[in-house]
Design a binder for this molecule. Structure first.
Ligand code: DGJ
Length: 721
């Protein structure tokens, strides 16, 4: 799948349906010459010859200016390239300029190991191209991995100091890709707390468009995932490319359209306020980026990411394992609970067929409000008489499993932990750190801090019978400063913090490898492929309102599989929006992911209890589809009058469709279901109707007129021939 055409100096990387080709030009600069549907070797050689001829630098080894037109694979700085560089290094004398040329390459069946940093699992064909800086002893290894089954290229870069002096890295992005394709649009996923990952499509204007987070987390505000699409690319037709970082900290993507109409896209760890001292012989490893290719529209791009993330990012022990149906007490009680209240919720849950109780925030220390107790990971026995043992025993007696909430990265000022270790927090001595949710951030750049949290959390996880952990994180970082880092290393702070989080996640998930970890950061503030490597599912948003959630899940599905989106039914009026939606609608929207409930079950009416029972038995029929199926976006809730999505099994024998009206519908609508077997006959469960696959795909299924916020869910089952 990776070939090197030695005579022509062309690297050919083939994925499932694309070719990505690189070329070492006559002056030894590495260029991208092609990224599109598969083409022949001869065609590529023609393109390479034309590329060489087009660039004056290719003819003249001393050519120094005008590199911004060259479609570079990793842009240098200050030597004739006036677009944004991909990496910048400061040498001892303060010089920053660089120029990277091809030095050598290797092709192997491996995947680079990134230490605690998440990376794609399993082997793939990997090309490593080494570039050497003309003006220093810095080398750059560019890694590319491709797979016969996927339309994804995995890229990252390693910066290696082969010199005798320390080099200060000021910027080291993971990738750069330059194209001459015009007419492209950018999709970013923006938001805020309770409104995460809203797709926004914009033209790319001249100059630099920068998508970034400098919060220390991948953030609610902008996700580390962007799409470049042709204007005419739609949900199921047209070409688009995705760029998704396997990283959970501060990041940046830059799209720079030059006056020459070349577009340079690049990204990685945010270079704002970043630096890294690279000592002699050391290497700096950048996070991986998953570059997706689709000539089958945005839907094709998303399916590619869904399969890849399920098969190559998420822990295989959990990726396809049936997820628990959860009752979480947060919106039922907030901090106001005791063992009796919790046991009544467990009793109600057991009667309804829910299998796991998750005890959220407030079970530890003196945690009666969000102002105290974080860091004191021991059970509050005033609140829970009989401790966790009593609650867990009660769960077990009812045939249920038990899950527990932690916020490992944080500490309250009013906590024993902080009183013992006031020096363990992020910030500078003598400067009172900014408070977020009245809490401080622990300095995870320091091993002893991570060790102490590991010990405290491990003590609880080893002592009790716990099958599920919700790992929360409720504020952005500030005062990027660690007392343990030398003054000239403070720029390393935020990446080291992220590595500390990964280190703890790695240690906890490997020591407690039968526990399902759910990620969370004030809802969906750290929803990224880096977190999914350690946590198979993530609490998608604190917004549990079905109408808003439909939009959030819609936006999230562009880059991430629905099996990663934890979704719960909550009460109405909704606590975040005040909106009332029917119970069925809440259930339908929450059925599109690992599901559960987030309300006081003891307050349900008999009718609602029956609905919960029905939702659970229905969910058990579709849970497999949520984990393994192909997901289709059919009606866009962010634009139109309805939300409609469908999951189809890989063998096309089963489909599950959810339709929710956002206005009163005047008449029925027809929804075409993609990818069913046109020769087959399907049974629609609600109506008992039999319809041919041909009709379902070309004319569609009938959805009768619904009132605003009403919803239906349909199972479509292929009949045996
Ligand atoms: C934010 C989370 O997103 C909520 O689900 C809940 O766990 C609270 N934190 C608890 O403090």
């Amino acid at each position: 799948m990776i070939k090197y055409l030695k005579r022509e100096k062309v690297f050919v990387l083939n994925g499932k349906s694309f070719t990505y080709a690189l070329f070492v030009n006559k002056a030894d600069f590495l260029q991208n010459i092609y990224f599109d549907k598969k083409i022949s070797k001869n065609k590529l050689i023609e393109i390479a010859n034309a590329a060489d001829a087009a660039l004056p630098c290719a003819e003249d080894k001393n050519f120094d200016m005008g590199f911004d037109k060259m479609p570079t694979e990793y842009a240098f700085y200050g030597r004739g390239d006036y677009n944004e560089p991909t990496a910048v290094f400061e040498r001892q004398d303060g010089a920053l300029f660089s120029r990277f040329r091809y030095k050598g390459h290797k092709i192997k069946k491996v995947l680079p190991q990134l230490g605690v940093m998440p990376c794609v699992r399993g082997a793939g064909d990997t090309l490593t191209i080494t570039l050497k800086d003309d003006f220093s002893d810095v080398e750059i290894n560019l890694n590319y991995t491709v797979f016969a089954k996927y339309d994804i290229i995995v890229r990252n870069a390693e910066i290696v100091n082969r010199g005798e002096n320390t080099v200060k890295i000021r910027k080291a992005f993971s990738f750069c890709l330059q194209t001459r394709e015009n007419d492209l649009e950018l999709i970013r996923f923006y938001g805020r707390w309770a409104k995460e990952r809203m797709p926004e499509i914009t033209p790319i204007g001249h100059g630099i468009t920068r998508i970034q987070s400098i919060r220390g987390t991948s953030s609610h505000q902008l996700n580390p995932f962007v799409i470049l699409k042709q204007k005419r690319c739609k949900e199921r037709t047209g070409k688009c490319l995705g760029f998704q970082l396997v990283y959970s900290g501060s990041f940046a993507f830059c799209a720079e359209l030059s006056g020459n109409d070349t577009l340079r896209v690049q990204g990685g760890i945010s270079d704002s306020f970043f630096s890294w001292n690279l000592e002699t012989g050391e290497r700096f490893i950048t996070p991986q980026v998953l570059i997706g290719y689709s000539d089958k529209g945005l839907g094709g791009l998303s399916s590619g990411y869904h399969d890849f993330i399920r098969n190559r990012i998420i822990n295989p022990d959990f990726a396809y394992k049936t997820r628990p149906i959860v009752i979480n007490n947060w919106e039922a009680t907030y901090f106001n609970f005791d063992d009796k209240k919790i046991c009544t919720i467990i009793d109600a849950a057991a009667d309804l067929g829910i299998d796991t109780f998750v005890l959220d925030d407030g079970w530890f220390g003196k945690r009666d409000t969000d102002t105290t107790g974080l860091g004191d990971w021991f059970v509050n026995e005033n609140k829970l008489k009989g401790g966790l043992d009593g609650v867990i025993r009660h769960c077990r007696d009812k045939g249920m499993s038990f899950g527990l909430w932690f916020e490992p990265e944080m500490v309250s000022e009013d906590s024993d932990f902080y009183r013992r270790h006031p020096d363990y927090i992020v910030g500078k001595r003598g400067v009172k750190p900014a408070m977020g949710r009245t809490q401080f951030v622990l300095d995870f750049t320091r091993k002893e801090v991570v060790d102490s949290v590991f010990d405290a959390v491990s003590a609880i996880l080893s002592r009790y019978d716990i099958s599920y952990v919700k790992w929360d994180m409720n504020r952005s970082l500030s005062e990027y400063f660690s007392e343990s880092l030398a003054p000239d290393r403070q720029g390393e702070f935020f990446h080291r913090y992220t590595l500390g989080v990964y280190d703890l996640a790695k240690r906890l998930t490997s020591r407690f490898n039968d526990i399902l970890f759910e990620g969370c950061a004030s809802g969906g503030g750290r929803f990224d492929a880096g977190m999914l490597y350690y946590f198979p599912q993530i609490w998608t948003s604190d917004n549990t309102d079905a109408a808003d959630r439909a939009k959030i899940q819609w936006g999230t599905s562009f880059g991430y599989p629905i099996s990663a989106m934890s979704c719960h039914v909550s009460t109405c009026p909704n606590h975040q929006t005040g909106r009332t939606t029917p119970f069925e609608t809440r259930g339908n929207v929450a059925s599109l992911g690992p599901t559960g409930y987030e309300l006081d079950l003891t307050l349900l009416t008999e009718e609602e209890k029956n609905l919960v029972k029905k939702q659970i038995s229905d969910y058990k029929r579709t849970a497999g589809l949520v984990l393994t199926g192909d997901f289709y976006r059919l009606c866009d809730p962010c634009k139109g009058d309805a939300f409609c999505v469908c999951i189809v099994s890989k063998d096309r024998c089963k489909a599950y469709l959810v339709y929710t009206a956002f206005t009163d519908m005047k008449k029925e609508v027809k929804i075409k279901i993609p990818c069913l077997d046109k020769k087959g006959t399907y049974l629609i469960d609600l109506s008992d109707e039999r319809v041919s696959g041909k009709e379902l795909t070309s004319i569609g299924i009938t959805v009768s007129a619904l009132k605003k916020y009403q919803s239906i869910a349909l199972n479509i089952i292929k009949l045996q021939e």
